[in-house]
Design a protein around this ligand. Sequence first.
Ligand SMILES: Nc1ncnc2c1ncn2[C@@H]1O[C@H](COP(=O)(O)OP(=O)(O)OP(=O)(O)O)[C@@H](O)[C@H]1O
Length: 401
Amino acid sequence: MHSISVANVHKEFRIYDRPQDRLLELLLRQPRHRMFHVLQDISFDVLEGKSLGIVGDNGAGKSTLMKLLVGTLEPSGGQIAIRGQVAALLELGAGFHPEFTGRRNIHLNASLLGVPDDDIDAMENDIIEFSELRDFIDRPVKTYSSGMYVRLAFSIATMVRPDVLVIDEALSVGDIAFQKKCVQRMNEFRAQNKTMVFCSHSMYHVQELCDTAIWLEQGKIREIGKSDEIVARYEDHCNSRRVYTQGEAQANSHQAETPDAVKDCRILQTLVRNVDGELIDSIDPLQDFVMELQAEILNDDVTCYFGFALMKDLEEVMSSYLAIDRPEVEHGPFRKGEKITVQVRVEAMAMRVGKFHVLSGAADASGLLWYETRLSKEINVNPGKGWGTLVMRSSWSMQRD
Ligand SMILES: Nc1ncnc2c1ncn2[C@@H]1O[C@H](COP(=O)(O)OP(=O)(O)OP(=O)(O)O)[C@@H](O)[C@H]1O
């Protein structure tokens, strides 16, 4: 059964070049605007219990589509049908009254979502608990930081147990500990056969949390399909037009700084060795090499999933290696203080020329939250003969009759 059905939806906004044009149009009854087509020809369905991701560049129309789904905007044409109660987490602070306290906003929001007063009283504590805002809950929300807004909004939207949850970029605000709770809550939500629409610039989250995805481009659906396939093609598209820059500042920005209290593991170093175990800073094309990470476990009873990526010019992931499905790599539980070394042997380096870094990381059990990543030093590929960026193992043959 369809939980969400969108058919031939389009949305236009009227654009006025000068503020007074709006008034003149009214008074003179002569058009003084241009139409801006934000969404065109949008049709898709989401089955009950499934989750849909929306990806696309800035300005592609993602937020506008989310607002149409939850009804804060009306479509200019087409039909949107949603079964059941919808709860949404859209723009920061939308739905909150800035002068009211967090507690009053809980009641206001939950009653707008159709929750009876008695039920709101019963869930108030759980909402405050989940949001971790007990010390601030009786202050006006206008004094909240953006992270605090999201905590409260996410707690309300998921606690009222709607049939459909619509979330716009919530995971990008807030710290990693709260993100972890959000991901868990969203997974619980999926397990309860609820429907979810999730928009994010984090491709990993879209891939892992959504069954299908839509790639919006300039207001139109460019592709729709299984989330991992859409994410892969969208990433490929982004990589192909990226302008590369290098520099130490950028290298450092990959060293995610997370407080020890919320990460379970610290990556001490990422090393690159030849197959004899010697550290190297250059390799030949088609040579085998070993990526190594050394990590320290920071808490007891920790489950950690390790991974590596080969990074070109610090931006583009050329290939990734995750231990999640590798039986030969233990995932724990580990003890506090344990030191761990993980190695992956990469066979026949396919770059013909250029430089790369190895990025290593540790993720939590869900595989969604990377506690920390650390880059190796730059490795040079000694240019081999030939043309092109890649070199593949090949074998030749020839016949003469
Ligand atoms: N009320 C409005 N009036 C006029 N134009 C608007 C209005 N709301 C959005 N737009 C325009 O519509 C386009 C799509 O905006 P939207 O916020 O939906 O994009 P988005 O994909 O969510 O972008 P981002 O990833 O940056 O959040 C943008 O060019 C934006 O400027």
